[in-house]
Design a protein around this ligand. Structure first.
Ligand code: SF4
Ligand code: SF4
Length: 454
């Protein structure tokens, strides 16, 4: 009868040139090159036994079996997140829609709208909620992030009040507390001193070079902001504090990507450098002035990646996280407990105002006048279901467990479970394919996978 073979893992073929392809099993961590004969062998695997193939073919299948591709694979499990009840222990607060910079591409057009400041009662109720959930579910840690529509740390007294209350509550209840923020970095030394004593990390927007920072991210009076950022980085470095840098590339600085990387690496000590192409919305939504060629972004990124050899600093683009296996691109499908200044609960960091038409899909609850949480369970379920295993479009995509269906706020349509195939989807596949080729060429081991989330 002979031995039978079957493919027992997620296995993808990625065309290279001529008759060659890559065989990639992301959840096993296996990559190899395969010619048409191997692909045809695999395509007909159901009809094959060890008795109706030749020795060479048997050798190929035995190798695949040994590497966990056939006949019982050791696939990494991707943990599903879908608790029946809403019990988050991580919280994000948007303290304000105001900002002390006027970035030309700002997604929130911060500073151009009537001021909204979060009332204390929303923050207090939200903190009480995560403490209660942590105690109920025996979690040891709660975390609170500050993010924005505007610059979150601009409301400095509010930030200190939140930190003070959260610290008191966590001490009283024997919980660990993690505080962090995404910030524009415009902070004075007193603020920085306080942050290093209370926060675990910061994510700082800095566009890579002094002249670009000054052009992209000026103060309201058009003064450049680089000198303030430089002071911030030097201060944090002197304290050995954990921070990441996030840089945005428009058509103004797309040809300066490598110079930006070199500048950051030679001047500062971030734990991560995150490069992203500009996304058309907010202040630049009516103009294509800042639009870039994603091909250029990909080429420049790959060139930098090839020379990046500092293992202590992560160099990242969000759509091609080869080290991460996940079913969710971000917290949208994981009960992201994010409170807007008006007390709404939004799943998305960029949908922060009820005036935004997208809030219809992304706002799934609110905190009422009595400080109670009102959750729209139908919307919550709709959002929870946006995991890559539920997305028909991504079903056969080799990038699915790394890209996880991309950012749903940037699809260009409002069916969040619907079609992909847009520019970022194409970019993600291109970037991931190139990374896999590099891994294969450099004979590196398979990526060291984690199941972290963005
Ligand atoms: S949907 Fe996109 S913009 Fe919104 S939080 Fe997720 S990654 Fe960010
Ligand atoms: S969005 Fe595109 S690249 Fe990402 S998993 Fe889906 S098909 Fe693949």
């Amino acid at each position: 009868m002979g031995k039978k073979y079957r493919v027992t893992c997620d296995l993808f073929t990625i065309p290279l040139q001529k008759n060659e392809s890559l065989l990639y099993a992301p959840r096993v961590g296996f990559i190899c090159e395969a010619n048409e004969d191997v692909l045809s062998l695999l395509a007909n695997i159901d009809e094959i036994t060890s008795e109706n193939i030749n020795e060479k073919q048997k050798g190929v299948l035995d190798r695949l079996e040994k590497n966990g591709i056939l006949n019982g694979s050791r696939e990494k499990t991707i943990q599903k997140y879908n608790p029946r009840t809403f019990e988050p222990t991580r919280l994000t607060l948007f303290p304000t829609n105001q900002c002390n910079l006027r970035c030309i591409y700002c997604y929130a057009s911060a500073g151009e709208h009537a001021e909204k400041a979060m009332e204390w009662q929303y923050a207090e109720s939200a903190i009480n909620t995560i403490v209660k959930n942590a105690l109920k579910n025996h979690h040891k840690t709660i975390s609170i992030g500050f993010h924005g529509g505007g610059e979150p740390l601009y409301r400095w007294k509010f930030i200190q009040q939140v930190a003070d209350y959260a610290e008191t509550q966590s001490r009283k209840n024997h919980l660990n507390l993690k505080l962090y923020a995404a910030t524009n970095g415009l902070l004075n030394e007193q603020q920085l001193e306080w942050i290093t004593g209370h926060f675990s990390d910061l994510n700082i927007s800095f566009d890579g070079l002094p002249e670009v920072q000054d052009y992209h991210r000026p103060l309201p009076n058009r003064e450049g902001s680089f000198k303030y950022l430089d002071r911030t980085f030097r201060f944090l470095d002197s304290k050995g504090f954990n921070y990441g840098i996030r840089s945005t590339f428009s058509n103004y600085n797309i040809d300066l990507m490598e110079d930006s990387y070199d500048f950051i690496m030679s001047h500062y000590k971030p734990k991560s450098i995150h490069f992203e192409p500009v996304f058309q919305c907010g202040r630049c939504k009516t103009s294509s002035d800042y639009d870039i060629s994603l091909d250029k972004f990909a080429l420049n990124f790959q060139r930098i990646e090839a020379k990046h050899n500092n293992k202590k600093i992560q160099f990242i683009y969000s759509g091609s996280r080869v080290e991460t296996l996940t079913d969710s691109f971000c917290g949208v499908s994981r009960d992201s407990f994010t409170i807007t200044p008006d007390g709404y609960i939004t799943a998305c960091f960029e949908i922060t105002s009820p005036d935004d038409p997208k809030s219809e899909k992304f706002f799934y609850g609110r905190i009422n006048g009595e400080g109670e949480l009102i959750i729209d369970e139908k919307k919550r379920k709709y959002l929870q279901d946006i995991t890559v295993d539920n997305l028909e479009y991504c079903k056969d995509c080799f990038a699915k467990w790394h890209c996880a269906g991309e950012c749903v706020a940037r699809l260009g349509h409002d069916d969040l479970h619907g079609e992909r195939g847009h520019d970022r989807c194409i970019l993600n596949r291109k970037m991931l394919k190139s990374k896999l080729i590099t891994i294969l060429k450099t004979n590196s081991k398979t990526p060291d996978y984690s199941t972290q989330h963005k």
